[in-house]
Design a binder for this molecule. Structure first.
Ligand code: HEM
Length: 94
């Protein structure tokens, strides 16, 4: 929400509590659990949004900055970066 490149996307979310819960669970489940993810898959979630490469990079930058703020070490940040990058085709312009 603080990033002007993507703020408008998140301002349109109707149920922020649900999306926030799902995004947290997605990251937790993807990094080993025990939380389980109950949201939609990445293609279904972002379909029709026409997300651009610039927006995709902006969100990844924000995720990396958040990990750094939380003291996550570079090797782990790089691992997360690679996983997020691998989802590009599912999120961008699908
Ligand atoms: C690898 C990058 C990304 C990941 C892993 C990701 C992950 C997620 C997840 C887990 C959700 C919740 C889905 C649900 O509640 O069922 C979500 C929702 C959402 N994402 Fe992403 N996202 C990514 C990139 C982006 C980008 C680049 C944008 C646009 C700037 C974006 C916009 C949104 C919006 C607007 C929603 C809410 C959809 C709704 O209201 O149901 N996402 N994303």
């Amino acid at each position: 929400m603080a990033n002007p490149l993507v703020r408008n996307r998140y301002e349109q979310i109707k149920d922020m509590d649900r999306v926030e819960r799902n995004v947290i669970d997605f990251f937790c489940a993807g990094s080993g659990g025990p939380e389980a993810y109950h949201g939609k898959d990445m293609v279904a979630t972002h379909r029709g949004m026409n997300v651009s490469e610039q927006e995709f990079f902006a969100v990844i930058d924000d995720a990396m900055a958040a990990l750094e703020t939380c003291g996550v070490e570079p090797p782990v940040r790089n691992e997360v970066l690679a996983v997020l990058w691998s989802m590009k085709a599912e999120v961008v312009r699908n």
